[in-house]
Ligand binder design. Structure first.
Ligand code: GLC
Length: 532
């Protein structure tokens, strides 16, 4: 094991600021709210918080449509609130990672307002403008991630502009060196204030095909109810282009100006074979591209086992792995896998090799909340209703205690609070040794204490049925992790002569139990065994 950085040893916790804690009673979370809850994060034991966007924004995509990359939206507070949050986080030994959104701005951003003004605008080329196709329609067949064409007609100047996401999120033209320089300065702005890293939003989309060729049809796509037409094309020309790696290398270069400790994490949804390219050649890419396999795969032991092995094999030399169980774009783990499996998932996330990222509320077992039609907020759901694309269910307010609105706000929360909040909340779970929160805390403590778990090697173990098993080792210690991803009792025949002691289990009664050869796991049970 070689010397490691904090972002390798540590655990990242994602805060969705609208929903974490509301200090001013307007029903939307804010920076002062996050600050008020830092002691909780410290107690939980995480090392860094990644805060989703709080910049000035018309909120068409709830902050991912930025109208000033170097400010704070009044809804979330002021720059002084941000500085106070950063200082207080640092005083507690917590790092702060910001969301950096390079692919697009809000349509209300002064750059786009200027660009749209006329074809001769000095900022025309800061965005992607194209003439209509010969038939008068959009320039090519690309589709927007949130429904419809990726091209929006601008009547006044007689051209289309490109938006991979909403029409309110026009894409910047990163082939223009002025755009690149301005956007790299945004990174410097926040690093100068002292932030510890960036999570780079939709980074594979930043560079598009120079010729704007049509995307080819996806042969595996079957049209029909519940299908997202976005998947009908293979997105080979609208993103993931070879030149994107040069752009990321220059972003990485900016971080390097501030020393080796600032981290660059890329948000990339792609096949793992493509994903690993984002580490970049010679370490010039992301410190790690987010690995979303635990969010995208079915909750199935054999599928996950194969994915972990494959990922480990494909990682380039020196590349640091990472795992994510949930985020603000995907349905919650307690809903995808079920409440019982949320415990197994916690153990998996916190014992795999590589940096874990936790999504707020997953540690107490928050599940997706059904949103009544009149309270739907997410534009994705509004554009493609009823096919499960909506992201509101996984963005509901954090459940702190059993007071009204779960202690999140004194006002009316922007999304409904889960009905079971009087049972599922931080205050109640803190003191219950059997709670999911207690399990998370103990797993975090163990991971931190044991180099084998935060820095050691990974070795797969052959298992059958619903059992997933592997060994983590380092500094003379070996831990067998055995997880039952199913509901029935299963057993793992470990190697002959294997013996050890359960140091942590999803079922606290098993702690301290001796293990010889065979590990029996009840449905939804997982154990970490220290091997003799
Ligand atoms: C990323 C964000 C998502 C956002 C999109 C557009 O995928 O995680 O929430 O809507 O980019 O910025």
């Amino acid at each position: 094991m070689t010397e490691s950085f904090w972002w390798q040893r540590g655990i990242v916790y994602q805060v969705y600021p609208r929903s974490f804690m509301d200090a001013d009673g307007d029903g939307v979370g804010d920076l002062a709210g996050i600050r008020a809850r830092l002691d909780y994060l410290r107690w939980l034991g995480v090392d860094a918080l990644w805060i989703s966007p709080f910049y000035p924004s018309p909120m068409a995509d709830f902050g991912y449509d930025v109208s000033d990359h170097c400010g704070v939206d009044p809804l979330f507070g002021t720059m002084a609130d941000f500085d106070a949050l950063l200082a207080e986080a640092h005083a507690r030994g917590l790092r702060v990672i910001l969301d950096y959104i390079p692919n697009h701005t809000a349509a209300a951003h002064p750059w786009f307002v200027e660009s749209r003004r006329s074809r001769d605008s000095p900022k025309r080329d800061w965005y992607i403008w194209r003439d209509p196709a010969p038939d008068g329609g959009p320039p090519n067949n690309w589709r927007s991630a949130f429904g419809g064409s990726t091209w929006e007609w601008d009547e006044a100047t007689g051209q289309y502009y490109l938006h991979i996401f909403l029409r309110e999120q026009p894409d910047l033209n990163w082939r223009n060196p002025q755009v690149e320089a301005a956007m790299l300065d945004v990174i410097r702005f926040w690093l100068d204030r002292g932030v510890d890293g960036i999570r780079v939003d939709a980074v594979q989309n930043v560079i598009k095909d120079e010729l704007f060729r049509d995307n080819p049809p996806n042969p595996e796509y079957v049209a029909g109810p519940g299908r997202d037409p976005f998947d009908s094309l293979l997105r080979v020309y609208s993103g993931d282009r070879p030149e994107v790696h040069d752009v990321i290398a220059r972003m990485r270069g900016v971080l390097a100006e501030y020393g080796p400790d600032r981290v660059l994490i890329g948000e990339i949804y792609n096949r793992v074979e493509r994903l690993v390219a984002y580490y970049g050649e010679g370490g010039r890419g992301c410190h790690f591209p987010y690995n979303f396999q635990l969010v995208t795969l079915p909750w199935d032991a054999r599928a996950i086992d194969a994915a972990v092995r494959r990922y480990e094999e494909l990682l380039p030399p020196g590349a640091w792995p990472n795992w994510v169980l949930g985020n603000h774009d995907r349905h919650r783990i307690a809903t995808r896998a079920g409440a019982a499996q949320a415990r197994v998932a916690a153990m998996l996330l916190l014992t795999l090799r590589g940096t874990p990222t936790l999504y707020y509320g997953d540690e107490i077992g928050m599940h997706d909340v059904e949103i009544p039609p009149e309270r739907v907020q997410d534009p994705w759901e509004k554009n493609l209703p009823g096919i499960g694309m909506g992201r509101d269910p996984e963005r509901t307010p954090m459940q702190w205690d059993d007071s009204p609105n779960a202690g999140f706000t004194t006002g009316t929360p922007w999304l409904p609070v889960a009905e079971d909040f009087t049972e599922v909340n931080v205050q109640r779970e803190r003191d219950d040794p059997r709670s999911l929160l207690s399990l998370y805390r103990r797993l975090i403590e163990l991971r931190r204490a044991e180099p084998a778990l935060h820095a050691g090697a990974y070795e797969p173990v052959e298992a059958k049925g619903d059992v997933l098993a592997y060994v983590r080792s380092g500094e003379g210690r070996r831990f067998l992790v055995a997880l039952n991803l199913g509901a029935e009792t299963q057993s793992l025949e470990a190697r002959r002569g294997t013996s050890g002691t359960v140091v942590l289990s999803t079922n606290p009664e098993r702690d301290g139990e001796g293990v010889e050869w065979t590990v029996v796991l009840r449905g939804g049970e997982g154990v970490v065994v220290r091997m003799d």
